[in-house]
Design a protein around this ligand. Structure first.
Ligand code: C5P
Length: 465
């Protein structure tokens, strides 16, 4: 066996650890701990330096990541031949489908020569169906890349068509889909194309390009050129590294997020500073982990997370109704900053400032406690009910009290005093309070908090099962 340099070994180990972490949904640090624990359990003894030197890290015997490349019928298809080379250079196993239109631009023979095996072209080819079959093509892949993604392919995919091999596979796959659109700039900016694209992104597809530049048609310039093969290959590697094990497959998860707006009159309302970033990140992380996610969101300035069903509400009462409609679920996470009070007699007309008259007094009425209402249900109580506690002092003590008072299973407690910058910021430092105790998590991005929380939820459901 050829000997490795220290650098190659170091890079190889880091890559293997990242891969293990991505597959398990745990952090790299957790993976290292698991490996070291296994080594100690193997009798190597952690204390002895000689034993430590003998510890071999069990790098998973990983198969190469698999990419299914769908080549659509556009002039940019010639660049996809180079893309095959780039993907193979990166150690990926590539399979390739040519749409019927693509075969006018590149031949199955040239694509097949680069892939190193036959390419697939027609849904109704009995030989191919018998050999591999469109369902196997759809399943036996870690990522599907559509390059070039023509306007027609985007439309078919957005509409759920399946009238040829490429579209049938795209409909049947659970793998992430990366779109590399290529078309004339007018086709790209057409409302129909943009509508289809928005739908596909909401469904969870990823996008690379298109870029601006010269078009195939002489004298035409604009946005519509397919991304370069190296850019697409980089996007592929990024998406493969981001993959998360489907630890919440077949689970229904409900998340509330954002503030509520409680009307004073038709133009004024009581609100709070919640941005919805943490709740939205949790909904997104749950969807990435394969859950069927319903996000009930108050008014926020955030896009709906892809692959999540988002229900938009304004007030606490509307949020409660939407939450109750979403039941039954396996897990409910109440990250929303629900207003404790609403205005008792909100004006139907805009309140007028009348010179000489005193300022009006607002009478407040308590809002329903959505978390406590769901946690205390006897029918359809989710298996895991998780509340948030935004506190400015005595964080842990208050969170413990809240756990009992609300009847929920876990509380995610965070310090939202103004100096922490948590409200509206991108980072969060939380303590997870459960019946077993309090865990203080280090400061991390809201996405990292979300991924870690989802991994904990998956562990808990698996242990309880
Ligand atoms: O009581 P407090 O507002 O501190 O509790 C915070 C937790 O309770 C959060 O999980 C929040 O989403 C939830 N909550 C709720 N309905 C309310 C008030 C708070 O679901 N009316």
């Amino acid at each position: 066996m050829a000997s490795l340099t220290v650098r190659q070994l170091d890079e190889g180990l880091k890559k293997a650890l990242r891969l293990r972490a991505a597959r398990s949904g745990r952090s790299v640090e957790d993976e290292v701990r698991t490996i070291l624990r296994a080594a100690v359990a193997d009798g190597l003894g952690a204390a002895s330096p000689t034993a430590a030197a003998r510890v071999t890290v069990p790098v998973p015997t990983s198969r190469p990541d698999r990419v299914l490349l769908v080549i659509g019928g556009g002039i940019a298809a010639y660049k996809s031949l180079d893309l095959i080379r780039r993907l193979k250079e990166r150690g990926l196993a590539v399979r390739c489908i040519l749409t019927r239109a693509a075969t006018h631009f590149v031949t199955p023979l040239s694509a097949g020569a680069l892939v190193g095996e036959r390419v697939f072209t027609d849904l109704f080819d009995p030989e191919h169906e018998f050999d591999v079959g469109h369902i196997r093509l759809a399943r036996e892949t870690d990522l599907v890349v559509v390059a070039p993604a023509t306007a027609d392919l985007l439309a078919k995919l957005a509409g759920g068509h399946a009238d040829d091999l490429a579209t049938a596979v795209l409909l049947a796959t659970d793998a992430k889909i990366l779109l590399a659109p290529a078309m004339n700039p007018r086709m790209w900016t057409h409302k129909a194309t943009q509508r289809n694209l928005a739908q596909l992104l909401a469904d969870g597809a990823a996008l690379v390009g298109p870029n601006e530049g010269e078009m195939a048609e002489t004298g035409e310039r604009g946005v519509g050129r397919m991304a370069e093969p190296l850019e697409i290959a980089d996007a592929v590697m990024r998406l493969l590294a981001e993959r998360v094990a489907p630890v919440l497959a077949n689970r229904r998860v409900l998340v509330t997020s954002g503030p509520t707006h409680e009307p004073i009159d038709p133009v004024r309302y009581i609100a709070n500073r919640s941005s919805g970033k943490q709740g939205h990140a949790i909904a997104q992380a749950a969807a990435r982990a394969g859950a069927d996610v319903i996000l009930v969101s108050g008014p926020v300035n955030l896009p709906d997370p892809p692959g999540v069903r988002t229900v938009h509400v304004e007030t606490a009462q509307e949020m409660l109704r939407a939450v109750e409609r979403a039941l039954p679920v396996d897990v409910a996470i109440f990250a929303a900053a629900v207003a404790d009070w609403r205005v008792e007699n909100a004006g139907r007309q805009k309140m007028k400032k009348v010179p000489g008259l005193e300022a009006p007094t607002l009478a407040l009425k308590e809002n329903p406690d959505i978390l406590a209402t769901v946690a205390r249900r006897t029918a359809q109580r989710p298996r895991l009910v998780i509340g948030f506690a935004a506190e400015t002092e005595n964080i842990t003590a208050n969170a413990r009290a809240k756990l009992a008072q609300k009847g929920c299973d876990w509380i995610v407690a965070n310090d939202v005093s103004p100096q922490t910058g948590v409200m509206g910021g991108d980072r969060n430092t939380i303590s997870l309070v459960t019946a077993d105790g309090v865990e203080a998590w280090p400061s991390q991005s809201k996405e990292e908090v979300a991924a870690k929380l989802i991994a904990r939820i998956a562990d808990s459901l698996a242990t309880a099962a």
